[in-house]
Write a protein that binds this ligand. Structure first.
Ligand code: TGC
Ligand code: FAD
Length: 387
């Protein structure tokens, strides 16, 4: 039975299958992931040994149909899964987001039958790891300006350029790379051992430390014709993948917020100052009430968005609103929880500082907070304020 932060008993509205999967993912995070995350956070590495378990859980490519090796579950279950993974760490959810929404989704949606049959079962099982390269050193919020190019040559495509801040980049077996071509922005499946392809881990991160982030370079890297995603034409193809990942993030960050709230509440009940638990002070209660209220509002938004998405009614601007709101409130909750733990809030014996630092990346990637403001702003006013 679900024992988490659920003030309005939304969980009662979950189907039996949704509840069962939530509990299974939650137990995996509690038993297999939380005991090791601090150690990997210190090391600055992703715990690759848990990848097969993620595959067995069905957390990689949740909505990919069974005929391609996926579990073929709903978008709602995808969301719930991301929430429970990010309750562990944003790096864990990032791994699953990238593998499912940014590698499997484009292959499933824009790939040939041969590409789907070859890659999807291996990615679903976690036998192969994928990454997604859209961002470049000089083009982040404005991916349409990308400099990476693929030139048509007799026996394929010659890829030149670089991609920056790529999650899973240095541990990936395969990359989905977006490049300008004579037919507009196109997507390519690039195996890691192709001559001319190098990946280098980004050093010195203070955020998402238990996640791999890399810079990818391509120098006259020859990609065979059969590796282009045949149905991906133009920038709308990679942007459509972002909708999937942003939806998962909207759910995921609520998991981070729940972890911070629970830790803050437990701490406040046991930490004694002025002969009382700090939970007995009005200012502490105010902080906790604000946290729980924002979590409850975000859970409701996700619940409805998930049902809308399963009916095919969630538009990209709805996803932007949920991503924008939920990451902002999760970050505020993590900061507030950190303040409640005070000095203990800055060490990794507790979770709040790790979540807080992670969320600084999450509010930046998959469209910054400002970019989502402008996406929603354009939708409601009709004016494009990007350019
Ligand atoms: P714009 O001219 O507006 O659009 C170009 C074409 O794309 C269509 N479109 C979309 N299609 C599907 N979904 C969306 N969300 C779409 N947004 C736009 C649009 O209709 C148009 O189609 P067509 O057929 O008319 O050509 O493009 P723009 O160049 O003005 O840029 C728009 C903008 C700023 C919203 C977009 O580029 C943007 O979202 N920028 C943010 C970049 C971003 O989010 N990057 C994420 C990189 S991946 C990542 O961060 C992974 S982290 C993963 C992890 O670790 O969890
Ligand atoms: P910039 O675009 O340079 O933005 C700088 C500032 O200007 C921001 O505050 C931004 O909001 C603001 N700004 C930009 N344009 C406007 C405007 N029109 N109006 C108002 N303000 C504006 N990318 C991938 O392709 N694949 C990945 O797997 C991936 N993983 C990542 C993992 C991590 C840990 C991080 C930190 C990033 C990752 N990214 C990935 C990149 C991420 O998507 C970009 O960092 C993000 O899109 C922002 O780009 P930028 O950092 O270049 O910032």
């Amino acid at each position: 039975m679900f024992k988490g932060v659920d003030y309005f008993n939304l969980n009662d509205l979950f189907s039996e299958e949704e509840q069962m999967i939530q509990t299974t993912v939650r137990q995996f995070v509690d038993k297999s992931y939380l005991p090791i995350v601090s150690q990997y956070h210190r090391l600055g590495k992703f715990p690759t040994e848990i990848i097969p378990e993620l595959g067995k859980l069905g957390a990689l490519g949740v909505t990919i149909p069974e005929e391609y090796g996926g579990p073929g579950l709903s978008n709602f279950i995808y969301g719930v899964t991301m929430q429970e993974l990010e309750r562990g760490d944003s790096g864990l959810r990032s791994f699953a987001s990238v593998q499912g929404s940014l590698v499997m989704y484009p292959i499933y949606t824009y790939g040939s039958e041969r590409q789907k049959k070859y890659w999807l079962p291996k990615l679903a099982a976690g036998e192969k790891i994928g990454c997604f390269g859209l961002t470049e050193p000089d083009y982040g919020s404005d991916p349409g300006g990308m400099l990476t190019k693929a030139e048509k040559v007799e026996n394929g495509w010659l890829l030149n350029g670089s991609k920056m801040w790529i999650t899973n980049g240095s541990i990936a077996d395969v990359a989905v790379i977006w490049a300008k071509t004579e037919r507009g922005v196109s997507g390519f499946i690039v195996e890691k051992d192709r001559p001319g392809f190098t990946a280098k881990a980004v050093e010195g991160k203070f955020s998402l430390r238990a996640s791999d982030t890399a810079e990818l370079s391509f120098q006259d890297c020859l990609i065979p014709d059969e590796n282009i995603l045949p149905l991906a034409k133009g920038l709308r193809a990679p942007l459509s993948c972002l909708n999937e990942a942003r939806y998962g993030i909207a759910w995921g960050v609520v998991g981070s917020a729940m972890a911070c709230y629970e830790e803050a509440l437990n701490y406040a009940k046991t930490r004694i100052q002025f002969d009382k638990p700090i939970a007995a002070f009005q200012i502490t209660q105010h902080k906790l009430v604000e946290m729980l209220t924002e979590i409850t509002k975000a859970q409701m938004m996700n619940f409805h968005l998930g049902r809308m998405k399963d009916k095919g009614k969630a538009k990209h601007y709805h996803v932007s609103m949920a991503k924008r709101n939920n990451v902002r409130v999760a970050l505020e909750i993590a900061r507030s929880a950190r303040s409640l733990l005070a000095a203990n809030g800055i060490i990794d014996e507790y979770q709040v500082i790790r979540h807080m630092l992670n969320l600084e990346s999450v509010i930046t990637y998959e469209g910054t907070h400002e970019i989502h403001t402008l996406i929603i702003g354009e939708n409601i006013t009709g004016f494009n304020a990007f350019k």
